[in-house]
Design a protein around this ligand. Sequence first.
Ligand code: ATP
Ligand code: MG
Length: 257
Amino acid sequence: MQIPPSHPRYFSLLMRKKLVEGFEEGVVVLEGLIAHGRGETFDYILGEVTRDFAMEAERAGVALMLLAKRPVISVNGNAAALAAEELAELSKALNAPLEVNLFHWSRKRADTVKKWLERFDCEVLAAGDAELEGIEHARRIVDSRGIYIADVVLVALEDGDRCEALRRAGKKVVAIDLNPLSRTARMADVSIVDNIVRAIPNMIEMAKNMKKLEKEELERILSNYDNGIMLKRAIESIRDYLTGMASFHQNPETSTP
Ligand code: ATP
Ligand code: MG
């Protein structure tokens, strides 16, 4: 079905369509559709826009990736379905390979996601020949040339357990997660509370510009960044947005939604 661009929820419906297509191609699993539902809810109460705190986190995340010796971008099924082309572009801008990492792992599915991403001419790791310690589920399966030896990992729609395991293994984690209350957001070094479909394009632009900065300048951006404050601002932003909506319903003439 064609979604008319005039539809008031066009972008939201487009994302759902991409996920359903991803499901049909074997990239997305049913559980991924449910995870997207949780993300949609948080996006709704954030106002479906990139807030200032998210922009700051995106900038800090790019700085951390540019300063890394071995940065890797971890990609799961939903991320691949929603933003394959953009992830490939970010991979090039940051000089960081993509690595397929799945909660519902099978050799076949990992290869399917790899091929899906490779359509956009990028380096994709998916050997699954190494394991992270301290995780029981399949997210422990990594590539010995990628996440296993990475010093900074960018993750989206991540599982809290693995985020913790990555930290324990001495890696820095940049997480894109719409839920500021999730374990992932609380565990990461840089938590980007934004939709992946907005965050990745923002980060591509930032990476292109910030590449030219001196190392000291990138370090300065990071030293001014406080993730705890960022999560606090994200939660307060949801509170303020909801308060604004509540006042609107109470008095539509004098307030704006
Ligand atoms: P945690 O284990 O970290 O507490 P969780 O159990 O809440 O996380 P999961 O099911 O493991 O969540 O992963 C889904 C997460 O991804 C949710 O926090 C959801 O808000 C987030 N999410 C879903 N869709 C998107 C999206 N398009 N962009 C960014 N984040 C998203
Ligand atoms: Mg979880």
